[in-house]
Every structure is written in C-alpha cells, then in structure tokens.
Ligand binder design. Structure first.
Ligand SMILES: *Cc1c(COP(=O)(O)O)cnc(C)c1O
Length: 371
C-alpha cells in the first residue's frame, strides 16, 4: 500500500462535478478578483466561523500581516509567537516592522505555554499570536487573561483549525482578529493561494479591508499607503463548494484520529491529547516517538508518508539566527522537534489504511524487520 500524508486528488474525486461547474460560472461571469463569488464566500464563511466580518485576502500569511496592520502594530513593537508553528506566524511581523518574540510550548498540547508568556513581556510588547496548532485550540482563557492584564491585542492564528472550539466557543472569536489560511492542504483548502481574516470589531475589519485594497474601500480612494491582497473569484467559488462539506470532513478526521488513538493506545507512543473543553479538528495527527528519523524512514520503506511539522523550531531557523536564541531557552520546542511525527490524515483515509499504518508503526517501533 502507498499512503500519502494528504490526498487532495481523492478529495477532488468526490466533488468534481460541483467544483468544475463552480469554476465554469466564475469564468462565464469574469468575476476574477474580489467580486461576486468572493463576496458570497466571505458571507458564508463569516456565518460558519461565527463572525460579523470576513475579509478575503491572498493567503493566510497576508491575513496575519493585515491583522497586525489593522491593530496599528508597527516598527519597534514586539509580538509574542509560539516557538513551534509554521513560519508564517512569525514572519508576518516583518512587513509592519515589528519583531517576533518566541514563547516555549506545552509538551503534549503543542500550543503556546501560558505560564511562559509573562516573562517575555516588555514595554514594547503589543500583541500575542496564539496558534491553534495541528487543529487543537490554544489555552485561550489563560492567554486572554494575560492579554487583558497587560493591555495586549490578540490575533488568533486559525490556519490549521477551521471549526475547532474551546469551551464551547469557536476559535478566533476570543481574540481581536482571527486569521485563516485556505492553502490547498488545509482543512478547508482552495485550489491555489487564499486566506481571510475575521473580526467582530467593525472598525478593525474596515481598516484591514482598506490595507488589503490599496488603502481605501473604493476605487481611486487611497486614504493611506495600502497594499494589494485579494481573494480571487475562482478560489472563492471552490471554497464555497468545499465549505458545504467541511463539517462532514472534520468528523471523518476526528473518526480517523480516534481509530489511530485506539489502535496505538498501548504502544508507548505519545499520542495527541485533547482536553475535555476543546474540540480538535485534526489538521494533523502528531505523535512523539524515540528515534524519530529512523521510524520515519522505515515507515517510508513500507509505503507510508509520515512527515515532520516542524523539524526546526522558529527561534532556531536560519532567518532568525541573528536573534541569538539558545536551545536551553526553548527546551520543550527543542525536544518536540526531535520527536514529533505526523501520521497521514485526511477525510478519505480508510479503515484499512489506518490498520496498515498502525500495524506497521507498531512493528517499526518494536524493531521488527520490514515485510
Ligand atoms: C498555513 C499556515 C499559515 C499561512 O498560510 P498561507 O496561506 O500558506 O500563507 C499561517 N499559520 C499557520 C499555523 C499555518 O499552518
């Protein structure tokens, strides 16, 4: 058996006629940039995600940058970011001239450790970007309490967690602005780059939309120097089709995760932990294992693609070398990057595949030779 980490072809196969028709309509209407289909999707996604406002934009990284801009974060300001996440959560600070300050992780939840936030706050700290990594909500009560105490703004990076909830609340609705990515491999993915930011604060929403549209809402109206980051009609139409299936796809991911957890319960591996108050949407199913690189290689030899999200914690990527971070300052992220392994997960995975993956993983971990 050959099992990829994600299988977008399989998903397209289940919705091909609808997708092809939707794209055809955009072409017939020449509604290529912003326009009718972008507006429809923005309204549908706002309703789904629990917001008054949704602003489509070019990608999830842009959404984070637009959020920082809307909140007035700029040169010299510091933004707290978890040490282990996709690089966008930190590099979004560059265009506005701010600096990321990293916070170490919770060992089994893979979200920012709230107890390590306050030590990182200085007079320049303006915002926190909690990331709902792998699909599990960050510890928002603790994070929001710290934000309120220190008068910090909160941008929730929801790129991996469409539809996840924390204590009954939808992710993104607790902070000031929520940022989503619709990169093809995300739980809700377009067929190209796309993203959005959502907020229940109308003023922030208008400001973000202006920044994304050359500094104004109307054509030839430029109140300030803005930029161009827009949702295109084809991607919006694809997303509107897929949004109808997101709940069913999320439930499939959760079933697959439960099947993994039940099959691997006695394996001695560190499996994903889901606190009672949270729903996990399993963008990724991440385990921790000794001798990770060798396990990954042996799984590959058995036809199973397991990958690493992410091999280097952000304080240690080459781009941030000049910040001079030491491994001892981020012991949890440092240990995680050596041990984490993401098993294949996508809605179209079958019980037979999960059985094959878990049986092989148990053999590999027990040191049994390949078949
Ligand atoms: C994918 C992702 C982003 C950025 O999204 P793009 O659409 O690829 O720019 C930001 N944050 C996290 C945590 C992500 O996984």
């Amino acid at each position: 058996m050959q099992i990829p980490l994600v299988d977008l072809k399989a998903q397209y196969g289940t919705i091909k006629p609808e997708i092809d028709q939707a794209i055809g309509r955009v072409l017939a209407d020449t509604a290529f940039i912003s326009g009718k289909y972008a507006k429809i999707f923005e309204e549908e996604f706002a309703a789904y995600a629990g917001f008054k406002n949704c602003i489509g934009c070019g990608n999830g990284t842009d959404a984070l940058e637009l959020a920082l801009g809307a909140l007035g974060i700029g040169p010299g300001d510091e933004v707290l970011v978890p040490a282990l996440t996709w690089v966008s959560s930190a590099i979004c600070t560059l265009p506005v001239g701010a600096k990321p300050v990293f916070v170490d992780m919770l060992p089994t939840l893979y979200t920012m450790d709230p107890s390590k936030i306050e030590a990182k706050i200085t007079s320049r700290t303006k915002a926190i970007i909690p990331v709902h990594l792998y699909g599990l909500p960050a510890q928002m009560d603790e994070i929001m309490a710290i934000a309120r105490k220190h008068n910090l703004r909160v941008i929730e990076d929801c790129a991996q967690a469409h539809g996840a909830t924390y204590k009954g609340r939808k992710i993104g609705t607790m902070g000031d602005i929520a940022c989503f990515s619709f990169y093809p491999g995300k739980n809700l993915g377009a067929y190209g780059d796309a993203g959005c930011l959502c907020s229940n604060d109308d003023q922030l929403a208008v400001k973000a939309r202006k920044i994304a549209n050359y500094g104004g809402l109307a054509r030839h109206e430029h109140e300030f120097v803005g930029r161009n980051s827009r949702l295109d009609g084809i991607q919006a139409a694809v997303l509107s089709v897929k949004l109808k299936y997101i709940e069913q796809w999320t439930q499939a991911r959760q079933r697959h995760a439960a099947a993994y957890t039940s099959a691997l319960r006695d394996s001695g591996l560190q499996l994903p932990v889901v606190p009672d108050a949270s729903t996990h949407v399993f963008h990724l199913y991440v385990i921790q294992v000794d001798h990770r690189d060798s396990v990954q290689q042996k799984m590959k030899e058995r036809g199973i693609s397991a990958e690493i999200h992410y091999p280097v914690a952000l304080p240690f990527i080459a781009a941030y070398k000049s910040l001079g971070h030491q491994p001892k300052d981020f012991p949890v992220a440092q240990s995680q990057t050596a041990r984490i392994l993401s098993l294949p997960i996508y809605p179209e995975l079958t019980g037979e595949m999960i059985q094959y993956i878990t049986a092989n993983l148990k053999e590999v971990v027990a040191g049994k030779p390949g078949r």
